[in-house]
Each structure stands twice: as C-alpha cells, then as structure tokens.
Write a protein that binds this ligand. Structure first.
Ligand SMILES: *Cc1c(COP(=O)(O)O)cnc(C)c1O
Length: 368
C-alpha cells in the first residue's frame, strides 16, 4: 500500500466485499440483505459504499434521515432505501426521491398518509416499526389495531415491511430478554401481516442479531457495523476485516528534556528526556480529548506510541522516545492490523463511536 502524505481515511472495498460475503454466508438462501449506510456509511463514504454494494447485489439500503437518502439517489442509487427516522418537515422530499419512510407512531403514519394523498401517490411503499423492548421508536404492541385501521383504507400506501429492533443482540448475558423480544416480534408481526392480502417483509436483526440469533432472520436482516468490519465482540470480529483505515504522518519530532511539558496547559510532563512527535489530526477530526493523557495510542512502523497531554483541535502529540521513526513516517490511528475496537475500548467507548466520528475534513481514498 503506498504511504499517505496527509491524514487520510482509506476505504478498502475488497474488505467490504469480504464482510458482505461473510455476513451473507450466515443467511438462509432467500433472506434479503439490507445494508445500513447511515451517518456517511459509518463515517466512511456513503455514496462509494452504497454504489459498490449495489453493484455486488445488495437488496435494500437504510439511512437515518431523508437528506441522507437524497444524497444516495443523487449518487446513482436505484435500490430501495428505507429511511429509519424521517422528520415530519420534509416528507414530500422523501416521495420526490422514492425514499421509503419508517412510520413508527400514529402521528408519523397520519402525517405521511396526508402527504401521500396530497402528492397523489398510490401504493407508496412504507415500513411499519414496532417497539418490542428497545423503548426507542415504534408503535406499542397494543397499538396494532390502531395502526391497522389507519392503513386498511389507505390506498395511497402499501406496507413493504413490518420491523422492530433488538435491544441487546450483542450481549449474550441478555439472551433471555432477547428471546422474549424475538417471540414478541414474531407473534406481533404474524398478526400484522395476516391482515393484508399481499406479501410483507419481516425483519428484526442487526449485525449481532445475525451472528447470535440465526433463528430470527425472518425475511430480511439489517447489517451496519459488520459490513464495516466490526462485530460486538472479539469472536464476532474475527471473520471480519475493517473497511476504513485512518492514517496520518509524523509532521515533526522534537527532543524535550526531563521535567519539561508538552502541549496546552502543560498536559504532559516528561519523566525522562523524550522524543515527541506531532501528528496532524485532532479533536476536530474525531479524535476526542479523552484519547489524550496516554489513554489512546497510535501505531508507527508497527510500534505503539501513546498520545500524550491534551488533544488539540488539529494535532496530537505522541511519545516516540523508544520508537524508531522519522519525520514523514506513516502513522496508523486505526486499521486492519490496529483495530478501532481496541482503541475505542481503551477510552470506554465502542468502535461505532470512533469510526462514525471521523470528520468530513479528512480526505477519503478508495482502495480496490
Ligand atoms: C443502525 C441500525 C441498524 C444497524 O445496526 P448494526 O449493529 O450496525 O448492524 C439496524 N437497524 C436499525 C433500526 C438501526 O438503527
């Protein structure tokens, strides 16, 4: 791999293909695959990721907001797009771009129905979401008849799918809870689809659901984090390859004598005569202040260097006293051999937060 000359997020499409194939190998033959590409495809590049997945045969996409779906349409995506959390102010925009809303309450259903009538559409695809235990978005199970009654006479709408979301699919200590959630969804969705004379897709599992609860695949699964190369445990991650690698370069190396300080507020005091390297990436790029003070590490020439002192907006300083490195050498913040999971864990967060937080300022480079 050629060296980078500035801070760069490399996006490896071969890794994406590997993860897609691996997750698909866990599915029954006729289970549909929905790829979740919200939040810039988990901090990478939604249009690049979605176009590649479209080419290799993904069945569905999901984004969080309507604006994210519009961007995908403008980038040439023709596969159906589910909008998980549409906002009521711009529902017409969803229809204009053939984006399929998740309707998760009587209010959202009624609002969308109104807009659909106004736009003169017929059989417009919508997705009905139930809350089965996450207690975030969704119709309550007791509201099923309300939902059905509102849908039954609405020729402007057609229910494409009925779905729910697991609360603890990654946590095997919560297996009992999850089994109950699966049962609840099963009976609820059965009653729901039996009220229609056409086929409705059922889906419940995210990545960890696919890996831990193969019996709960229903007709479709919704994978996000697994596609990008992370599971929710070491075991899950074993067969996946991180798609994004965050790399930078050593800008400058200076010698700092014992007792002297490094960075703002003298955040680090050198206990020995030290070599300190400055790297052009900071909290404005998604490397938060909690990575400072030796909590986070970077990899330079396959050696680990701690981030010392306070993280600045555009820079971090790392201690390279015991490392062979020169100005211009490549620095890996995370990647396939230096996983985001481990670094995130060191500061008490999860890979999701680290990878989705990488700012748009950083150059993306596609690797095939
Ligand atoms: C984000 C999201 C997913 C994807 O979950 P992963 O754990 O990243 O696979 C699936 N379903 C819903 C409703 C989501 O919001």
């Amino acid at each position: 791999m050629p060296k980078v000359f500035e801070t760069t997020l490399e996006i490896n499409l071969n890794a994406l293909k590997h993860n897609f194939d691996f997750l698909k190998s866990k599915l029954q033959n006729n289970t549909l695959f929905l790829a979740v590409v919200k939040a810039f495809a988990y901090g990478s590049d939604a249009s690049v990721i979605a176009n590649y997945l479209q080419k290799i045969g993904v069945d569905y996409f999901a984004v969080a907001y309507i604006s994210e779906g519009v961007e995908l349409r403008e980038a040439g995506i023709t596969v159906p797009i589910l909008v998980l959390h549409p906002q009521l102010g711009n529902l017409e925009l969803a229809i204009k771009h053939s984006l399929e809303p998740s309707l998760y309450s009587l209010k959202t259903l009624r609002e969308f129905k109104k807009v659909a009538i106004k736009c003169n559409v017929f059989n417009y695809p919508v997705h009905i979401k139930f809350n089965t235990g996450l207690n975030r978005l969704g119709f309550e199970p007791e509201e099923i008849n309300l939902a059905l009654n509102t849908l039954i006479d609405a020729s402007c709408l057609k229910v494409k799918s009925v779905f729910s979301h697991l609360a603890a699919s990654e946590d095997l200590n919560e297996k009992k809870f999850t089994d109950t959630q699966i049962e609840r969804y099963k009976s609820l969705s059965e009653k729901f689809i039996n009220s229609f004379d056409y086929t409705i897709i059922r889906h419940l599992c995210n990545t960890s659901g696919v890996l831990n609860y193969p019996e709960a695949q229903f007709d479709m699964v919704r994978c996000g984090i697994g596609l990008y190369g992370y599971g929710n445990s070491k075991k899950e991650s074993e067969n996946l390859i991180p798609v994004a690698s965050l790399k930078s370069v050593v800008s400058q190396i200076i010698s700092v004598s014992i007792g002297e300080s490094v960075g703002y507020n003298r955040g680090h005091i050198c206990r020995v005569d030290s070599k300190i390297a400055t790297i052009p990436i900071g909290h404005a790029d998604g490397i938060g202040r909690h990575y400072g003070h030796n909590a986070g590490t970077v990899s330079i020439n396959q050696q680990t260097a701690p981030i010392v002192g306070n993280v600045c907006m555009d820079m971090i300083m790392v201690d390279v006293t015991s490392i062979n490195c020169l100005e211009g050498d490549e620095v890996v913040l995370f990647g396939s051999s230096f996983s985001a999971e481990g670094i995130a864990e060191a500061v008490d967060t999860i890979s999701y937060e680290l990878i989705t937080g990488i700012s748009q300022r950083i150059t993306r480079k596609i690797i095939k």
